[in-house]
Design a protein around this ligand. Sequence first.
Ligand code: URA
Length: 238
Amino acid sequence: MRLDKLLANSGFGSRKDVKKLVKARAVTVNGEVAKQVKDHVDPSNDEVLVHGERVEYKEFIYLMMNKPDGVISATEDLRDETVVDLLEPEDIAREPFPVGRLDKDTVGLLLLTNDGQLAHQLLSPKKHVPKTYEVHLKYPLGDQDIKRLEEGVVILDDYHTKPAKVEVDANEEEDTRIRLTITEGKYHQVKLMAQAVGNEVIFLKRLSMGAVSLDEDLAPGEYRELTDEELDSLMNRE
Ligand code: URA
């Protein structure tokens, strides 16, 4: 791998930034001052130091974003702003992509990574990764509707949704605010489930995916790297 790629991927800024570091003779490879950013290094065997500090190469990047309203969950779009447009250039350089899709008007937890294997695992219908949403509905939800949502409803003509969990917000006078946990992710699933019981979603926010919950300190559009604990829980490595 080129030295500039290794350094940029390890959090030392853009390719331009790391070029400056190399020019300033701040980078050594196996004890020798690096001369050119295009030199090749082996991240697992070469010892690369920046200002005397060892560079820990991270192969993948794992981010959680509080997706804002009006932004598309894609890497690029001709018309609309995408979640990747909201990232810093050094993170975009790692080529992360959203793990699954939230609708343009859905907000909340969105994971982004360049680790295709993890993304695949989290999205695989076989893994049943639970996803919890805060859902505001147009009409109050009756006991019968809750039962139907929990047992499964028919969406997309003939698809029976898997068992789900409904928690009604106890602070509300009317049962229009719920938490819905589903273990699958059909396109527009929550909205379609609400429609199947004659209701309508007016606000949708994803709160968690597997064991990872949205960090409420993140304002809409903000993001951060996953902690090691969060990553371990997603990878079932606890
Ligand atoms: N279900 C939906 O209808 N929309 C989303 O964005 C996510 C789940």
